[in-house]
Design a protein around this ligand. Structure first.
Ligand SMILES: Nc1ncnc2c1ncn2[C@@H]1O[C@H](COP(=O)(O)OP(=O)(O)OP(=O)(O)O)[C@@H](O)[C@H]1O
Ligand SMILES: [Mg+2]
Length: 219
């Protein structure tokens, strides 16, 4: 992934505008990238741009040869569904669906038939250690279990890129470690993994580390 001169600004009622300004970075395919910086430094803003959940005002973000800033909404929607998998601090699962159906959902949206999607969901739930919880609803799971279910869902369509915004922020040390191990295993399969973190130990573990300060990349 190559990020070049990306900006997204929010006017502030008083003082200078906030957001990210002219950020450039080159992340090799299959690398484990960490992003750190103080609260308000633009980490989530940048991640949302790379996830194509938000639109950069300037610059380009090229993933697998496609610039998702210049791409049309149709291509951006396909990118969100098929190329990228997202994990946030609070796993936003659909409360009315079982864990298995939460994981199946992006597969069905991408056109998999129900049987193929169910079989892949079972495989993924097994991988994150939740096979026994497949029939439970999100409200019946612990925070760490929900985070692992969200990871299974993020992996459903075999993304090339996994973006995680403080995925261990709400977890105890042991559970946080489990989630990081799972992300490391995803990376070992050739996926690029980008993790926003406040944890210096995790930040240092990345093979590429981007530090943001006041919306700008620090060298
Ligand atoms: N929707 C918005 N409207 C206005 N300002 C925003 C919006 N989203 C973010 N900002 C501002 O942009 C700046 C960067 O926010 P961002 O959420 O990216 O920070 P962060 O580095 O993720 O912080 P944290 O570690 O607290 O999660 C902040 O000053 C924030 O107030
Ligand atoms: Mg944030």
């Amino acid at each position: 992934m190559v990020v070049t001169g990306v900006s997204r600004t929010y006017p502030a009622p008083a003082g200078p505008p906030a957001g990210v300004f002219d950020v450039s970075a080159h992340f090799g395919p299959g690398s484990f990238v960490t992003i750190s910086g103080p609260s308000g430094s633009g980490k989530s803003t940048l991640l949302n741009l790379v996830a194509a959940l938000d639109h950069a005002e300037r610059g380009s973000i090229v993933v697998d040869g496609t610039d998702i800033v210049a791409a049309g909404e149709r291509d951006r929607a396909s990118y969100r569904l098929r190329t990228v998998g997202c994990l946030f601090q609070d796993a936003p699962l659909v409360g009315e669906l079982s864990i298995a159906n939460n994981v199946v959902l992006p597969g069905l949206l991408a056109g998999l038939d129900r049987r193929a999607a169910a079989s892949r969901a079972a495989e993924l739930l097994d991988r994150v250690g939740l096979q026994a919880r497949a029939g439970h609803f999100p409200g019946q799971l612990s925070v760490g279990q929900r985070q692992r279910a969200a990871l299974a869902r993020a992996l459903m369509n075999r993304p090339r890129l996994v973006l995680a915004d403080e995925p261990t922020g709400n977890l105890d040390r042991a559970t946080g470690h489990q989630v990081m191990e799972l992300l490391a295993s995803v990376r070992a399969e050739g996926c690029t993994v980008v993790v926003v973190t406040h944890d210096p130990e995790i930040a240092e573990a990345g093979d590429q580390h981007l530090r943001l300060l006041d919306g700008r990349a620090q060298s």
